[in-house]
Design a protein around this ligand. Structure first.
Ligand SMILES: Cc1ncc(COP(=O)(O)O)c(C=O)c1O
Length: 392
């Protein structure tokens, strides 16, 4: 008998791209993968050296993070974001995703009278998934035309039930910089914890780098990752920082559950946080790729807005779909033919490029694709040449 109460996982979004990937890979020279935001550049040499010489392999690592790691994180928060915070109010996480996916369950245990997680209607899919894994309601907050959350649209009944509200700045996928002050004021007014995912903050292109902690730590946690900043996605290192009571609770519960960043990785992440030269190099790489990619689509006659932060281009595709509909009509569609998916097929077929359909990040993403700058300039040039020969 079918049990309707059983939790059924949705398919993992990127697994839905298998067919489009095959299409792109059929090009001579293969697929140019701009779908998942996984860095293609190496971590700095000082990081690899520190990891190899850590001498920490034999013993269990500290769950909250060793002293040097937390001190380096505190030093970085001050140097890059102007936030003065004691290392005691910082905890290590095994990359930001793990923290996003697990924190709702710990918050729910802490405050069992509440059962709701709020998150931006266009956002990193794990915000909603973390809520579902905790048995919570995942409630998207509508966005205004600048992709900021419309806080006044949150129902009072949802606000009263909310354990936390996620904000992500610069945003994946839109590249928008959030109005953190308003989110924090809203959170404090309703007694809702603000979880601020700032893992792209080093890649801020417009204005100064923003952190929720610039508005005080009361009721606020800011989340950081070494994955993008230092190309350490394969090592799994990040940290959360802010409200002393919350950090203390989370670090205790995470210790009981056995969440630990491996010792050699803690040492490597410490070296990475203390160095900013490699980040300057990485910023330049992303800027050059963003500019080249923008030009590529402008040359095809499309409007492209560069992101205010992050390394994704959030590209509106409705007009392009009607322009190239004849090219698209030849496909046998296995996937639903939304305009976003259609554009993914177009780019794969004509350019051998793999990008993500906007609906991976919420229903509002229909009509957009997200293009990650995670390939070197030469590979982006390859796409440009293929597309020009097929579409112009
Ligand atoms: C907004 C956002 N938060 C968190 C993560 C997870 O990063 P990490 O590699 O630190 O788990 C990502 C990864 O793409 C992301 O885009």
């Amino acid at each position: 008998m079918k049990d309707d109460t059983r939790f059924v996982l949705p398919r993992y979004p990127y697994d839905l791209l298998d067919e489009v990937r095959q299409l792109a890979d059929a090009h001579e020279g293969g697929v140019v993968d701009l779908s998942v935001g996984t860095p293609c550049d190496p971590p700095p040499a000082c990081v690899l050296e520190a990891m190899c010489k850590s001498g920490t392999e034999h013993s269990y690592p500290s769950s909250v993070g060793n002293k040097a790691y937390r001190e380096a994180a505190a030093e970085w928060l001050y140097r890059r974001l102007g936030v003065a915070l004691s290392p005691e109010h910082i905890g290590a996480c095994i990359g930001a995703k793990e923290f996003v996916a697990t924190t709702p369950q710990w918050l729910r245990l802490h405050d069992p009278g509440k059962d709701t997680i709020l998150y931006p209607a266009l956002s990193y899919p794990t915000y909603a998934m973390g809520a579902l894994l905790a048995g919570c309601r995942a409630v998207p907050v509508p966005l205004d035309s600048s992709f900021n959350m419309e806080l006044e649209a949150i129902e009072a009944s949802d606000a009263r039930r909310a354990l936390a509200i996620w904000v992500n700045t610069p945003s994946n996928p839109t590249g928008a910089i959030a109005d953190l002050k308003s989110v924090i004021e809203w959170g404090r007014q309703w007694g809702v914890t603000v979880l601020s995912d700032e893992c792209y903050v080093e890649f801020t292109w417009e204005g100064s780098r923003q952190s929720a902690l610039q508005f005080g730590s009361d009721g606020v946690i800011s989340l950081h990752s070494l994955s993008k900043r230092s190309n350490m996605a394969g090592m799994r290192a990040g940290f959360y920082a802010g409200d002393p009571d919350l950090v203390s609770y989370l670090s205790e519960v995470r210790k009981h559950a056995g969440f630990m960043v491996p010792g050699p990785v803690q040492v490597a992440a410490t070296a990475a946080l203390l160095d900013n030269e490699h980040v300057d190099v990485q910023r330049q790489r992303y800027l050059e790729r963003l500019q080249l990619c923008r030009q590529l689509f402008v040359d095809l006659g499309m409007d492209v807005v560069l992101p205010a932060g992050g390394f994704y281009i959030w590209l509106g595709v409705e007009e392009a779909i009607s322009r190239w509909h004849e090219f698209l009509d030849k496909f046998d569609w296995d996937q639903p033919k939304t305009s976003s998916f259609a554009f993914c097929y177009l780019l794969a077929s004509a350019g051998g490029a793999l990008v993500s359909p906007g609906e991976f990040y919420g229903a509002l993403g229909e009509g957009y694709v997200r293009i990650a700058m995670v390939q070197p300039l030469e590979r982006l040039q390859v796409i440009a040449e293929r597309l020009k020969s097929q579409l112009i």
